[in-house]
Write a protein that binds this ligand. Structure first.
Ligand code: NAD
Length: 484
């Protein structure tokens, strides 16, 4: 199986690639083989300090450029990324074993860059009349200066697009922290920023674990944190950000529901929910629909079609173009997910219909787990309530529309929901009743630069994408001029 990734890497700060740092050296493991394939020098507090200083110097340079020049540089960066899509996709595979057939986040990065480049020369403030005087009152929008962007291992290039691109478009410099588990594509993105002619230090890439992440969040030179990851880490980040009252945006996990109504095209619904459930990134996506709610009148028929769609996945080397199902990210993740399955079997959370075992044979050294489906799951169980972040899904029966919405909303999360129906009125009514930031009707989670994305409830706050995503990186200044 292919596993030739870059041998050594480390933080990219102010245009310099460091190969030794104050923090630990991380041995990166290729999840498809379980073997080391890169060594990564992680950033500690001194490197974070240096990155923040270099970002401030670059931000002043960036802010001094004309808007036309900044727009053109971001369009140029999109062009450079576009010319390296294959390389970025391959690094993504090395990073976390995602099948190359799914490694579309490099394309998403390019699209986000083009989208937000288009805002650079259109950003504007406003003026408002001030009651009782003839004064002039201007409302201006300014960059924060230097922002910290923290990414999860499962989508760093998507985060580079949805967070770094608008941060730059708004006039900020960025300290971008990918996870130590998956730093390779992000580091290459940092190099491409330099190749595209962005000022050195405008985008610093600092792979780090919790220690470096904490140093970034607590740094007094960081004016805003954009965090994507899990709820447990988010609580630590918010507490650390309280040190300097640094504002935080949080894009967190989910336990999203797919609602399959009796009038849906069941074959299409089965194909979409299999992709959106256990198959896409082996269920390691924030958007994964891990609870599949099916009307009782079509439950048996749907379950048969769904199991057939799951069973049709091609499991194997993620570098093979025909492979649609790869490993989970690490040995630790494999054990954690297996314990969720074992616990669900033990407490009879539902009926195990397929999967549950580690895959052996020629894949035995990789972290491969069978796509796993439980039927007739009770929504109050741990299996249905906790984000598993692996290829494990629950089928749940419902009797009518009200019950479907009630079960879908009966979770602490609120990231996505999927509605499968041919009835337009039902689709609208149900969509309005669902407590989730994104509702997808008869489609999968096709995240776009134009549509705001983010969570309700414990799936987070703030948005990426569109005008809403840009505003996260701008602060408002009011200027009043006395005219009398
Ligand atoms: P995680 O919370 O373990 O880590 C996220 C990032 O935080 C990593 O870069 C990690 O190194 C860093 N980190 C860890 N401890 C830190 C600390 N104390 N201070 C600062 N940073 C720290 O999450 P993960 O396992 O990398 O990613 C999976 C999670 O991310 C899932 O819950 C998934 O749903 C979520 N996610 C959400 C979205 C979204 O857009 N809503 C997108 C992708 C992933």
């Amino acid at each position: 199986m292919t596993s030739a990734a870059p041998a050594v890497s480390g933080p990219l700060i102010g245009g310099d690639r460091l190969t030794s740092t104050s923090a630990a050296v991380y041995e990166h493991i290729f999840p498809a083989t379980g073997r080391p394939n890169a060594t990564v020098a992680l950033a500690g507090a001194p490197e974070i300090d240096r990155a923040v200083a270099s970002a401030w110097a670059a931000q002043r340079e960036w802010a001094a450029l004309t808007v036309d020049r900044r727009r053109d540089l971001l369009i140029g960066l999109a062009d450079v990324v576009g010319a390296h899509l294959d390389e970025l996709a391959e690094l993504n595979v090395h990073d976390y074993g995602v099948p190359i057939s799914y490694a579309g986040t490099a394309m998403l990065l390019e699209r986000f860059l083009r989208h937000f480049a288009g805002y650079v020369d259109k950003l504007h403030g406003s003026s408002t009349p001030v009651n009782g005087s003839f004064d002039v009152n201007l409302v201006e929008r300014e960059p924060y200066g230097v922002v910290g962007v923290i990414a999860p291992w499962n989508g760093a290039l998507a985060v580079a697009g949805s967070c770094v691109a608008p941060a730059l478009a708004a006039g900020n410099a960025v300290v971008f922290k990918p996870s130590e588990l998956a730093p390779l594509a992000s580091l290459r993105f940092g190099e491409l920023c330099l190749e595209a002619g962005l000022p050195a230090g405008l985008v610093n890439v600092v792979p780090a674990g919790p220690e470096g992440g904490d140093a970034l969040v607590r740094h007094p030179g960081i004016r805003k944190i954009h965090f994507t990851g899990g709820g447990v880490t988010a609580r630590s980040v918010i507490q650390a950000a309280a040190t300097n009252l640094t504002p935080v945006v949080a894009e967190l996990g989910g336990k999203s529901a797919s609602l399959v109504f009796p009038d849906a095209d069941l074959a299409t619904a089965a194909m979409l929910t299999a992709h959106q459930g256990p198959l896409m990134q082996s269920g390691q996506s924030c958007a994964c629909a891990s609870r599949i709610l099916v009307h009782e009148s079509v439950y048996e028929e749907f379950a048969g079609l769904f199991l057939a769609a799951v069973g049709a996945a091609t499991i194997g080397d993620p570098f093979r173009a025909d492979v649609t199902f790869g490993p989970v990210v690490s040995a630790g993740a494999l054990e954690r997910i297996r314990s969720v399955i074992d616990d669900a079997v033990r407490v009879r959370a539902g009926v195990l219909l397929t999967g549950g075992q580690r895959i052996g044979g020629e894949l035995e050294s990789g972290y491969y787990l069978e796509p796993t489906v439980f039927g007739d799951v009770d929504n109050s169980t741990n299996l249905a309530q906790t984000e598993t972040f692996g290829p494990v899904v629950s089928l749940i029966r419902f009797r009518d529309d009200d019950e479907a919405v009630r079960i879908a909303n009966d979770t602490q999360y609120g990231l996505n929901a999927f509605v499968l129906t041919r009835d337009l009125r039902r689709a609208h009514t149900v969509a309005r009743s669902l407590e989730a930031g994104s509702i997808w009707i008869n489609t999968f989670s096709d995240i776009s630069p134009q549509g705001p994305y983010g969570g309700y409830k414990q799936s987070g706050f703030g948005r990426t994408g569109g005008a809403e995503g840009l505003q996260e990186f701008l602060q408002v200044k009011n200027i009043r001029i006395a005219m009398s």
